[in-house]
Design a protein around this ligand. Structure first.
Ligand code: NAI
Length: 381
């Protein structure tokens, strides 16, 4: 099954009949349940693919209502990481982890260290990083038990906060969309709506304002909106996502949780471009076509939000070999502009939505590069 395959049936899980089975065709290589009762750790690590190298993807700390929700999310996120890392040109497979719980209440040193020991037990098949609910300081704690941690703080040789290059990459994706639709890559005078002003959304606002865009933001967290009012008095703030979606905007940037683009949203959307940081923006297969049918250019989420994994991927690739270089990672993240242009060209040529063109390119790289391991090089994987 491909990432945006509308035709393949989902096989129900015998564990959770309402969710997908990890054993279905195109499913993950490995799923690991991690339980440490005294610290309260309940985590699931999913390795979707190691075709291109060790699986890299962040750890999400979230109060999932049920285990089935946690499993469904980690499987989706891990698959997205495999495609993201492939399209970003990294020698990394895709994986992801979720810790079930409320990060504000349940996150403790013993829990994070117990989690680190489970990641270590995978022997380098999975490298972790930050995601929603986890921060650089958490990765420093996990790294006290584990060698396969990225997104640590710069004092420990880490890449630090990956949202910096995630936002930069999303901005590059928007510039490529502007180039395709309008008269050049500049966003000057374009009306951009950002939904979610957390770590990524905040950096994104800065890029947009510097380029002369008119920015409107929304968030469910009043404190996040107050931060915007204080820091950027020129930015319009609304607490209603519907108002942002229906309002007069050119570009919609989902920067909160997954599933932002459902049937209702697509039908109401005023923007002609969707380009944002959130993972798994399409609520179900077929939404990419609905967007294309409405004439909305959708920048594939895992393509434009790859700046963060490029940042921590540089850290992983250079552990013990000179260390992380922000400039090298930034240069690479700039390439998201060219990849977005290439995807739009391929989509046009093949008559498919950009999300499908992106899947095809990622799958081709996974196939063609992993095949090279059949040529034996003594001492190398
Ligand atoms: P964050 O947790 O710092 O910020 C998310 C923000 O969205 C919060 O302010 C939250 O209040 C808000 N929010 C939650 N639900 C909302 C809703 N329904 N409507 C409006 N706002 C809502 O997370 P971060 O790191 O900024 O990530 C944002 C998205 O980008 C996530 O989907 C994440 O998986 C994705 N992403 C993040 C990367 C990173 O480097 N941080 C890398 C690649 C993807």
């Amino acid at each position: 099954m491909t990432n945006h395959d509308a035709t393949s049936a989902t096989v129900p899980s015998p564990l959770f009949p309402s969710g997908p089975s990890p054993f279905q065709s195109g499913g993950p290589e490995q799923v690991v349940y991690c339980h440490d009762e005294p610290s309260g750790l309940r985590a699931i690590i999913a390795i979707h693919s190691t075709a291109l190298g060790p699986a890299l993807g962040g750890t999400r700390f979230h109060p999932y209502p049920t285990e089935a929700d946690a499993l469904a999310d980690v499987l989706n996120l891990a698959r997205g990481m495999a495609y993201k890392n492939a399209l970003a040109g990294l020698d990394l497979g895709g994986g992801k982890a979720v810790i079930i719980g409320d990060p504000a209440k349940d996150k403790t040193e013993p829990l994070l260290r117990a989690y680190g020991r489970f990641v270590q037990s995978l022997g380098g098949r999975y490298y972790t990083a930050c995601d929603v609910g986890t921060y650089v300081s958490d990765m420093d704690v996990v790294a006290r038990e584990c060698d396969f941690v990225t997104g640590r703080s710069p004092e420990y040789g880490g890449a630090g906060d990956s949202s910096i290059l995630t936002a930069f990459g999303v901005f590059q994706g928007m510039r490529a969309c502007a180039e395709a639709l309008w008269d050049g890559p500049s966003l000057s005078g374009r009306r951009v709506g950002v939904a979610g002003v957390g770590k990524v959304g905040r950096h994104l606002i800065t890029h947009l304002l510097e380029d002369g865009a008119e920015v409107t933001v929304t968030d469910v967290n009043g404190a996040a909106l107050d931060w915007v009012r204080r820091t950027h008095p020129d930015v319009r703030v609304t607490d209603a996502v519907e108002e942002l979606i229906r309002g007069p905007i050119d570009i919609y940037a989902p920067c909160a949780m997954g599933g932002a683009l459902d049937d209702e949203t697509v039908a109401a959307l005023a923007a002609s471009v969707v380009c944002g940081a959130a993972n798994n923006q399409l609520a179900h297969p077929g939404i990419e076509k609905a967007l294309a049918d409405r004439g909305v250019l959708y920048a594939p989420d895992y393509l434009v939000n790859a700046g963060g994994v490029i940042q921590v991927g540089d850290e992983a690739a250079n552990l013990g070999h000179g260390g992380f270089s922000f400039e090298r990672a930034r240069k690479r993240a700039e390439g998201i502009f060219d990849t977005m242009c290439e995807i739009l060209r391929l989509a046009g040529e093949e008559g498919v939505p950009p999300a499908v063109a992106a899947d095809r390119l990622a799958e081709a790289r996974m196939r063609n590069v992993s095949r090279l391991r059949s040529v034996l090089l003594p001492g190398r994987p």
